[in-house]
Write a protein that binds this ligand. Structure first.
Ligand code: GDP
Length: 372
């Protein structure tokens, strides 16, 4: 990482991920390298420093912000004599904890096996095996000793199972007919579920943790007599493990097949610009980047994250930004229709509803050309 601020933000996010998974972070280590060491990712001096710290403070796990190669993982565990988690494994673990439906569980299990397969040779034979710790939930725990063949069989089985469910879901989507479909997209924790609840008066689980939503929820919403379907989707995140993008096909198909994307941004988050980029990147990867989109900048009521520069962007001064001022920021000059709201206090909801109504109506009319 070149930029010190960026680095801290990435570490903040990683810490939040660790917190979501149920861990407390004791200390952060960073290192500047032109490129990661192919064998151990970090340099040997740094590895030694961490090893000593881990020993002295009885630390259980060391978490890396990147995906480590199977051999890097193995070498690091051997060298540092501690359980190592990489970003992918951490995210997979959170998904495993949060998957409630059989569909989500199947998807996560598949992603976990795909992650596990090339890493079967490592594992903590030389360490005391911790039961049920982070990264040990799901297939990691019981199947470690089973051989690769069994896991490969399991992977094909899960793929078959998902194919069947995917087909069912595609049929369901087709059966929804010509009603306009809008999908909420956005970085994780930006307020998609809260907005969904506010718009559809339903009770979707919202929580200040990452990835509260794994399954898609579809609700009928009516604005000014115009009904349409609204889908809440899994939150996106920087470096979303590729295994997950692949196995969450049906979830992402909701986005791919939506008529309108409602891109929710947490404007109170200091990295919100990066978040927008990450979301656009994933939309591009799943070929959904050319759809009509509305930008909804959420959480205008809350700037509790903005404590970095006390002279300028203190929480209180940011709180005083008026709607008119928001409309003069670069965010408002996006090529997409843009609105600033608070999903929590419902500030500026009428304007947002009008915006959504207009966009849904455009699509609706293009579908039912009454004037022909
Ligand atoms: P999702 O992961 O995008 O679905 O986000 P959630 O809807 O679960 O919301 C994440 C957290 O942000 C929760 O703690 C919400 O209460 C909070 N939140 C959502 N919208 C707002 C808002 O407009 N203002 C504030 N202050 N918090 C919000």
């Amino acid at each position: 990482h070149q930029d010190e601020d960026k680095l801290q933000e990435y570490m903040d996010e990683l810490e939040f991920l660790a917190f979501t998974a149920g861990a407390t972070v004791d200390r952060r280590f960073t290192q500047k390298l032109t490129q990661p060491d192919s064998k151990t990712f970090i340099g040997s001096g740094k590895a030694q420093e961490i090893k000593e710290y881990v020993k002295e403070n009885a630390i259980g796990t060391v978490i890396f912000d990147d995906e480590l190669s199977p051999s890097q993982l193995k070498n690091l565990e051997r060298e540092m004599e501690v359980k190592i988690l990489d970003r992918t494994n951490l995210i997979l673990d959170i998904f495993a904890q949060r998957a409630t439906t059989s569909y989500a569980r199947t998807q996560v299990e598949l992603a976990q096996y795909q992650y596990l397969l090339p890493r079967l040779t490592r594992m903590w034979t030389h360490l005391e095996r911790q039961k049920g710790g982070i990264g040990m939930r799901g297939p990691g725990e019981t199947e470690i000793e089973t051989d690769r063949r069994i896991i490969r069989d399991r992977i094909s089985l899960l793929k078959e199972k998902l194919k069947t469910i995917d087909k069912q879901m595609a049929t369901q989507r087709n059966n929804r007919g010509k009603v306009v479909r809008a999908a909420l997209v956005g970085y994780t924790n930006v307020g998609k579920s809260t907005l969904m609840n506010a718009l559809s008066k339903s009770e979707v689980f919202a929580e200040n943790k990452l990835f509260a939503t794994l399954d898609t929820t579809v609700r009928k919403v009516v604005i000014g007599n115009l009904p349409f379907l609204l889908t809440d989707t899994v939150g996106f995140i920087r470096k979303l493990p590729t295994q997950l993008v692949e196995s969450f096909k049906s979830t992402l198909d909701e986005v791919r097949e939506a008529d309108l994307l409602i891109h929710v941004v947490d404007i109170s988050h200091e990295s919100f610009e990066d978040h927008i980029d990450s979301v656009n990147q994933i939309l591009m990867e799943i070929n959904a980047h050319q759809k009509p989109m509305i930008m909804v900048f959420n959480k205008i009521d809350d700037f509790s994250y903005q404590k970095k520069d006390e002279d300028d962007l203190t929480p209180s001064t940011r709180k005083n930004i008026s709607l008119e001022e928001w409309k003069n920021t670069w965010m408002a000059k996006s090529k997409y229709p843009t609105v600033f709201i608070s999903a929590l206090t419902k500030e500026n909801f009428p304007e947002m509803k009008k915006l959504i109504y207009d966009e849904v109506m455009k699509i609706h009319i293009s579908r039912f050309p009454y004037n022909d």
